[in-house]
Design a protein around this ligand. Structure first.
Ligand code: UT7
Length: 333
């Protein structure tokens, strides 16, 4: 039996801080509205010369260091992102060369804010099947590049950052008490593709002056509808993996690390799962919604802050554009 364990975590955020007070000077909003409706106080913004692969590589180096793994040992670099450096090559290839993972295959995974959970699911399948033993999974985004800084309904929400984990094959059966991923489930509903999208710039609406004038190269969101589906689907996904793992109760979880979209969404999910105070890890006040980066960024902060111990059951939850959503349950090594 082989299980997939997290052997090391790392993260990186750009230095530039954009506060709610800064946003008050850019659009018709207030710190009070943003804090009350989202819980976000500040977010990080990539420097002009930083792209997603730069953030990803910095997080990856830290995760490899934490795992005590040389870059040459990595067999697969997987980058979950909705804001790649370019259409092609894959951002994962740019990360591969930046960190010197010369023996790895590399590809990107597009599942927006759920990208890290999708990545865990894919990496676990590779590792359990014996295809790879060492996988580097990174969630990285420069959301600031697809944000419409004149649209107050979206520009207050997002931020830039990256988080990474080193996933390794370990002996043992995680479903019988050994450390590793017990269960993961991923879901999609493409019928609701227009809840959150960047409509222009792809093959449907290639770049043109008209497109830029209409600001279609930027993210658009139906916030209110998204909010309701996010709560419902994250609760369902959580219960599905807990049931699959043999009826583990939410109360048995040492930590829940959710996608950091909105404090009100997280409070609603925590309430539905009847989690106790502090069981859910939250850092969105400092970084906003960093899409695919948010779960591994939060996990790294939790790990480095001493919140995760050997044997702990940790639940990852995410929801995002696609629509996509999913959950993964892991016993910490
Ligand atoms: O990553 C996963 C995907 N995304 C999400 O999870 C986001 C999910 N949605 C949300 O987080 C929330 O829907 C938002 C935070 C985006 C919005 O909160 P809401 O409570 O759903 O507000 P709303 O869209 O219903 O807007 C309420 C009011 C509107 O004014 P009127 O029409 O009632 O006069 C908006 O124009 O708030 C106004 N508003 C703002 N006011 C000040 C919208 N954005 C702002 C703003 N500052 N930044």
């Amino acid at each position: 039996m082989t299980a997939t364990i997290i052997a090391g975590t790392g993260s990186y955020v750009p230095d530039r801080v954009l506060t709610n007070a800064d946003l008050e000077r850019m659009v018709d909003t207030s710190d009070e509205w943003i804090t009350a409706r989202t819980g976000i106080r500040e977010r990080r913004i990539a420097a002009d010369d930083q792209a997603t692969s730069d953030l990803a590589a910095a997080a990856a180096r830290r995760a490899l260091e934490a795992a005590g793994m040389a870059p040459e040992e990595v067999e697969l670099v997987l980058v979950a992102t909705a804001t790649p450096d370019m259409f092609f090559p894959a951002t994962a290839c740019l990360v591969q060369t930046a960190i010197g993972a010369t023996n790895a295959a590399a590809f990107d995974l597009s599942a927006a804010c759920s990208g890290f959970i999708y990545g865990l699911n894919v990496a676990d399948a590779y590792i359990r099947s014996g295809t790879y033993r060492n996988v580097l999974l990174i969630g990285a985004e420069t959301m600031s590049r697809v944000t419409d800084w004149t649209d107050r309904s979206t520009c207050v929400l997002f931020g830039d950052g990256a988080g990474a984990v080193v996933l390794k094959a370990a002996p043992g059966d995680s479903r019988a008490g050994a450390p590793g991923i017990l269960h993961s489930r991923i879901h999609s509903d493409g019928a609701a593709w227009d809840y959150i999208c960047v409509p222009g710039g792809g093959s449907r609406l290639p770049p043109s002056n008209d497109l830029v004038e209409k600001r279609l190269q930027y993210l658009q969101m139906r916030g209110n509808e998204t909010f309701k589906v996010a709560v419902r689907n994250m609760e369902r996904a959580a219960r599905a993996v807990l049931d699959a793992a043999g009826g583990i109760k939410p109360q048995d979880l040492a930590l829940v690390v959710p996608h950091q979209a909105n404090m009100r969404i997280l409070n609603a999910v925590a309430e539905r799962l009847e989690l106790s105070e502090g069981q859910m890890f939250v850092n969105l006040q400092s970084y906003g919604n960093t899409s695919a980066a948010s779960v591994p960024l939060a996990l790294d902060e939790a790990v480095r802050g001493g919140r995760v111990h050997s044997g702990d059951l940790v639940l990852f939850l995410a929801f995002g554009s696609g629509l996509t959503w999913g959950a993964a349950l892991l016993r910490w090594a």
